[in-house]
Ligand binder design. Structure first.
Ligand SMILES: [Zn+2]
Length: 173
């Protein structure tokens, strides 16, 4: 899409009329090579530290993670975007977010009741598992799945938009 352009007033997932429902999203992207390198570097340092018996390298794991997270904020490119969303998918989004928060509360409840025996552990594991499932689901469906593939000074490339929405865009036909 044109970077300065706006998306049509249609649901980004199913292309139904969005009826003016807009969702403000800030999307980020960083180069693929950087993403892979940055996520492997701390583990490489940890492995090298253990292998070479250099404890300084092994202890650098967490500081390195923090440095890379900060560096990522500098490296990544961002785009502010308003996407249309239909009432149905807005409800789906709210439900998924509400469920995620319920799971997070469940995780903490599990941690606090952990000393109480098996029940705490079951609550903790169940909530964690449900949370992971919800995060995966959200990265594939709905407005949460929209991501930024690349940005140039003039254009932006989006990924994760719905099939119906994509095929109705004039610039792709
Ligand atoms: Zn929709």
């Amino acid at each position: 899409m044109d970077r300065a352009g706006t998306l049509p007033d249609r649901c980004i997932t199913c292309n139904a009329p969005a009826q003016g429902n807009r969702l403000r999203r800030k999307l980020y992207c960083s180069p693929a090579a950087w993403k892979i390198g940055a996520s492997l570097a701390p583990f490489a340092a940890l492995a090298a530290g253990v292998y070479l018996d250099v404890s300084l390298l092994a202890y650098s794991f967490w500081p390195l993670v923090v440095i890379l997270i900060v560096a990522n904020m500098v490296v990544r490119k961002s785009l502010k975007l308003e996407v249309g969303i239909c009432p149905r998918h807005r409800d789906v989004r709210f439900t998924l977010i509400a469920l995620s928060w319920t799971c997070i509360v469940g995780v903490f409840a599990g941690i606090f009741t952990l000393s109480g025996g098996a029940t705490g552990a079951i609550i903790l594991l169940g909530s964690l598992l449900a949370l992971v499932v919800l995060v995966v689901v959200q990265s594939f469906v709905g407005a949460q799945a929209v991501s930024l593939k690349d940005v140039s000074p003039d254009y932006a490339w989006l990924a994760g938009t719905g099939e119906a929405f994509r095929s109705a865009l004039p610039e792709l036909n």
